[in-house]
Design a protein around this ligand. Sequence first.
Ligand SMILES: Cc1cc2nc3c(=O)[nH]c(=O)nc-3n(C[C@H](O)[C@H](O)[C@H](O)COP(=O)(O)OP(=O)(O)OC[C@H]3O[C@@H](n4cnc5c(N)ncnc54)[C@H](O)[C@@H]3O)c2cc1C
Length: 520
Amino acid sequence: MEFDYIIVGAGSAGCVLANRFSENPSNRVLLLEAGGKDWHPFIHMPAGLAKLASMSKINWGYETEPQQELNQRRLFWPRGKVLGGSSSINAMCYCRGHRKDYDSWAQGGAKGWGFDQVLPWFIKLEDYENGASDYHGTGGLLSVQNLRHTNLLSGKFIEAAVQAGFNRTDDFNGPHQRGFGYYQVTQKNGRRCSSADAYLRPALSRSNLEVRTHSLAEKVLIESDRATGLIYRRKGKQQTVRGGHVILAGGAINSPQLLLLSGIGPADHLRKHTINVHLDLPGVGRNLQDHLDICTLRASKEPITYDRLNEITVGLRYLFGRKGPGASNVAEAGGFIVSRHAQDDRPDIQMHFVPALLDDHGRNILPGYGMTIHACALRPESRGQLTLKSADPGEAPAIQPNYLSKEYDRKMMLECATLARKIYSQETFKPYIGEEVFPGAKIQSEEEIMAFIRQKAESIYHPIGTCKMGTDEMAVVDPQLNVHGLQSLSVVDASIMPELISGNTNAPVMMIAEKFAAGA
Ligand SMILES: Cc1cc2nc3c(=O)[nH]c(=O)nc-3n(C[C@H](O)[C@H](O)[C@H](O)COP(=O)(O)OP(=O)(O)OC[C@H]3O[C@@H](n4cnc5c(N)ncnc54)[C@H](O)[C@@H]3O)c2cc1C
């Protein structure tokens, strides 16, 4: 046995695991990452994120299957393929979700994952700029700070939301989540603080930790009922590595794909691809959930948005003092709304405000200046699945989220678009905003708005659930995150969440990894 722990994927979860397991000098730890090093300056300068979606070298750049309820469109699903994983390309908004999200996990069979049990791990990972409290920690490895630069319009957005009847909050992660305000961000002194920055870099000098980049895990080796190692591909060559415990942290798409390629999953599906069945585990790849998002765009009367920034001036200002728009995560402000459709006191809609015209993930540059309200329903009912297209590890799996397949989800998306317009229509916004770019003033009836949603809704990048934790027959891992029916094989990433949480998913994934590594 060469290693005690082999970790697949140096993303939000994988970097936490690599750090925690290598803290003990007697553990030999291997971290495999399919992508390369995170050297690109746009990863580290927060506003660089606008460029990251289209950089194919650091992005898996997945596409879904055609979506029946979205005019047969294939939706773009960026995922980080680089040290730090998706935490190296995400928007840095720091959110935990709502207390009831975790209590609902626990009630569904994820024993030990109720809010009171997970809160200490959130607090442990944090180094929070505004100080420690019952809800925040200091001295942790993940730096959580206030934005160093915000646009005037982000402040106006918050004011308009208050004028529209919503409350103001300074902390979405305090005792109450609802309300509007600025996001706290995973940044350190104006620089992105990815999971690689926070957890991997401080551990790199340890002689018991080895990181192999450009290494794609292709198959978990199983002997009788035990994982004993991995086959992976590096520089075109297949290699084998043996280990005491194999931990998959490849994210909600790649971890279930790797299980399927290894003969762990629904037996009939595996046989269809002539894969030897090691374990018939029907839940692998099922229970796929994501936050679908609709953007409402308005023109800005003044050229004060981030649409046409002078890159040299912004770059220089950032370089000398980490100040100015370069330090912005672009999605600066937001809010959590308890809508009229809410089933309890939990917010069921989240908004992100971007002081720029954002279309097609920033890949379609629109003329002029403007702003965007993103709105998504937080707990959709639609469930999808992830299946293999072939037994070739180099081929992307079929991603079928089945967006808007439930009436409730369609109703919620209509509410999202309506509430965005309500905020734009407030007096305080009027001096700043011009005509509506999307959906456009002519689009008024419910049918017209729904047609706009079908044409324009996109993922806001929170796929989860494909190796869900629990004890029922569709659960893939148990509450200790070990794969049911096998020894020495665990999954620790966004795929184990049984249900979406009410917010962004990076911090919850890091919490999951901290809790697992402590054996708690
Ligand atoms: C564009 C974007 C914006 C987002 N914005 C936010 C935000 O503002 N706030 C927030 O909280 N969340 C945000 N998210 C979501 C959040 O970043 C993810 O939920 C989280 O990073 C997922 O963590 P993970 O560990 O499950 O997977 P990842 O972080 O995706 O890590 C998986 C890693 O495994 C590697 N890997 C995969 N398969 C293999 C293999 N076979 N062999 C070797 N390596 C492999 C990948 O290359 C990757 O590095 C965003 C996501 C994206 C894509």
